[in-house]
Design a binder for this molecule. Structure first.
Ligand code: NAD
Length: 502
C-alpha cells in the first residue's frame, strides 16, 4: 500500500483506491481534500472515483463472486480471523487515522478499533453454521432450502463510525459468500483504505473486497444504480437512503437501510437520577452528538425535572472539549465545516423556538479552525418545533417534561423515526411495558446504547429496513433457493397433477 501516515505532522500521503486486489488512481485522475476536523487543515487528497471506477470495481467483484461463493465456509472464516488479527496488530495506526479523519478523540477511536475484531470473529464463527432447512412435502420427495449469497454487494458508509460501520456490513457479507464494493463517506475514507490494505495482507482473493472512494452523488449513486449489484447496504441519512433505495429499485437489488433517528430518553420519577443523567449526557454528547441512536429528546417526569436539570448542567460543566489528540479530551469536534454550520444553524433555530438552558456557543479555548460546539440543552421544546422533530446530529438535546404515561408514549412515538429509545426506571413492569409500547428498533433499560455484533440493530419507520448484526442480519446477505428431489425411480405420469394443487 502506498498510503503513509505521518502521525506527528497529522498528514497522509498518496491515498489510492483498492480495486481487484490492486492499488489504483481514479480513471479521471481527480481528487478531493479530506480535513482534520480539529484544525480544519487538509490531511490528504482522496481519489475522486466516478462511475467508470465503480464499473471496474463491480466487474472485479463479479469476476471473483462464484469462486468466493464456493470457497469452503471454513476457509472464508479463516481469512476473516486472519483479518481480525491484523486489525489488532495495526490498531494504533487505524485509531490514529480514524481520529484524524473523523474527529473521534484518540482514546475513543482506539476503543472503537479495538472492538472491530469482535465483528470479524462473530461472523467468522457463523460462516459455517448458516444453512437452510428440510421441508416435509407429500410423496417420495426430499425438499430443502439452500441459503446462498446474493453475489456482488455494495456498501455505502457514513462518516460517524467509518470503520465500525464498514465492518458490521462487510463481515457478514464476506462470511456468507458475497463479494463487496465499498464506498466510504467523502469526509472519512482513510480507515477504509488502511483496512483494504489489511484485507490484502490477510490473503483474500483479488476482487472479493474493493474500495472506491468518491463523492456520494457520483461514486455512491453509481454504485447503488449498478445493475450487477445484487444487494446494497446503505447507512446514512434518511433522505439519501430514499434516493439509494430508488436507484436500487430500478434493477431490483435487495436493500438494507440503516438511517437516521430522533431517539427518546425517558426518565421516570423513580429513576436512579445520577445514572439517568449520565446516560442522557452519553446519549446526546457521545461523538459530539453524531450518533444515529443519539438520545436527542429527553423526556423527564415533571416531579424530578428540576433535580434532573441541575445535575445535567453540573455534569456538562465538567466536559473536557478540545483537540482529539489531547489526552484529557472527552469530546472532540464535529466532522466537517458543513456539519458545523448545520448544527450552529439548528442552535439558532432552537433559540427562537425554545429556552436555551445550557451551551449554544463555541467552547472556551477550543482550537482555532476546528469545528467545536458546546453541548447544548433546550427546555420548553414544543412537539411541533424543528429542534424537537428533526435530526440535528450534533450535541443538542431537547428537554420535554411529562406527567401522564399515555401522553408520554404518544409524544415519543410522534416521529418519522423509530431507531432507538432509552428508559430509566427501577420498576420492571413499567420498564417492560414502556419498551413494548415504543415504536423503536431497539430499547435500552437503565443504560446507554452499546453496539454489539450479536445484537440486531435497525430501525422502525423511516429509520430503516432490515437489520445489521445478530442472526437477523443473515437475511440481508443471503437469498433462499428451494430444491426438491423426486426419489422415485421414474416419473409417474400425471402424479403431480393428481397430488399437487398446481
Ligand atoms: P449521508 O446520507 O449524507 O451519507 C452517507 C453516505 O451516502 C456517504 O458515503 C455519502 O457519500 C453517500 N451518498 C450521499 N449522496 C448519495 C447519493 N445520492 N447516492 C448514493 N450515495 C450517496 O449521511 P452522513 O451525513 O454521512 O451520516 C449521517 C447520517 O447517517 C445520520 O442521519 C445518521 O443517523 C445516519 N446513521 C445511521 C446509522 C444506523 O445504523 N441507523 C448509523 C450511522 C449513521
Amino acid at each position: 500500500m502506498t498510503m503513509t501516515l505521518d502521525a506527528q505532522a497529522r498528514k497522509v500521503s498518496h491515498a489510492q483506491m483498492y480495486i481487484g486486489g490492486e492499488w489504483t488512481d481514479p480513471a479521471a485522475g481527480q481528487t478531493f481534500p479530506t480535513v482534520d476536523p480539529n484544525t480544519g487543515e487538509t490531511i490528504a487528497e482522496i481519489p475522486r472515483g466516478d462511475a467508470s471506477d465503480v464499473d471496474r470495481a463491480v466487474a472485479a467483484a463479479k469476476a471473483a463472486a462464484v469462486d468466493w461463493q464456493f470457497t469452503d465456509a471454513i476457509a472464508r472464516a479463516a481469512l476473516l480471523r486472519s483479518l481480525a488479527a491484523l486489525v489488532t496488530e495495526n490498531a494504533d495506526e487505524l485509531a490514529r487515522l480514524e481520529a484524524l479523519d473523523s474527529g473521534h478523540y484518540l482514546a475513543k477511536a482506539a476503543e472503537l478499533i479495538g472492538a472491530i475484531p469482535l465483528w470479524l470473529e462473530y461472523w467468522a464463527g457463523l460462516a459455517d453454521k448458516v444453512g437452510g432447512r428440510t421441508i416435509e412435502v407429500p410423496g417420495n420427495k426430499l425438499s430443502f432450502t439452500l441459503l446462498e449469497p446474493l453475489g456482488v454487494t455494495g456498501h455505502i458508509i457514513p462518516w460517524n463510525y467509518p470503520l465500525l460501520i464498514l465492518v458490521r456490513s462487510c463481515a457478514p457479507a464476506l462470511a456468507l459468500g458475497n463479494t463487496c464494493v465499498v464506498k466510504p463517506a467523502e469526509d472519512t475514507s482513510l480507515s477504509a483504505l488502511k483496512f483494504a490494505d489489511l484485507v490484502h495482507q490477510a490473503g483474500f482473493p483479488a476482487g472479493v473486497f474493493n474500495v472506491v472512494t468518491g463523492l456520494g452523488a457520483e461514486a455512491g449513486a453509481a454504485l447503488a444504480a449498478h445493475s450487477d449489484i445484487a444487494g446494497i447496504t446503505f447507512t446514512g441519512s434518511t433522505e439519501t437512503g430514499k434516493t439509494v433505495a430508488k436507484l436500487a429499485a430500478d434493477h431490483v437489488a435487495q436493500v438494507n437501510l440503516e438511517l437516521g433517528g430522533k431517539s427518546p430518553t425517558i426518565v421516570f420519577p423513580d429513576a436512579r437520577l445520577d445514572d439517568a443523567v449520565e446516560a442522557a449526557v452519553q446519549g446526546f454528547c457521545s461523538h459530539t452528538g453524531q450518533v444515529c441512536v443519539a438520545g436527542s429528546r429527553l423526556f423527564v417526569h415533571q416531579d424530578i425535572k428540576d433535580a434532573f436539570l441541575d445535575k445535567l448542567v453540573a455534569r456538562l460543566r465538567t466536559a473536557q472539549i478540545g483537540d482529539g489528540f489531547d489526552e484529557s479530551t472527552q469530546m472532540g469536534p464535529l466532522v466537517s465545516k458543513t456539519q458545523y454550520d448545520r448544527v450552529r444553524n439548528y442552535i439558532e433555530i432552537g433559540k427562537s423556538e425554545a429556552t436555551l438552558l445550557y451551551g449554544g456557543g463555541r467552547p472556551e479555548g477550543a482550537p482555532e479552525g476546528g469545528y467545536f460546539v458546546e453541548p447544548t440543552v433546550f427546555t420548553d421544546v414544543a412537539s411541533d418545533s424543528r429542534i424537537g422533530r428533526e435530526e440535528i446530529f450534533g450535541p443538542v438535546a431537547s428537554v420535554i417534561t411529562w406527567s401522564q404515561e399515555n401522553e408520554l408514549i404518544e409524544a415519543c412515538n410522534d416521529s418519522i423515526y423509530g431507531l432507538f429509545a432509552v428508559v430509566f426506571t427501577q420498576d420492571i413492569t413499567k420498564a417492560l411495558t414502556t419498551a413494548r409500547r415504543l415504536a423503536a428498533g431497539g430499547v435500552m433499560i437503565n443504560d446507554w446504547f452499546g453496539e454489539l455484533p450479536m445484537a440486531p440493530h435497525g430501525g422502525y419507520k423511516q429509520s430503516g429496513t432490515g437489520r445489521e448484526e445478530g442472526f437477523e442480519a443473515i437475511g440481508g446477505y443471503t437469498q433462499v433457493k428451494h430444491v426438491t428431489v423426486n426419489l422415485d425411480a421414474s416419473l409417474r405420469s400425471g402424479a403431480d397433477w393428481a397430488g399437487a394443487p398446481l
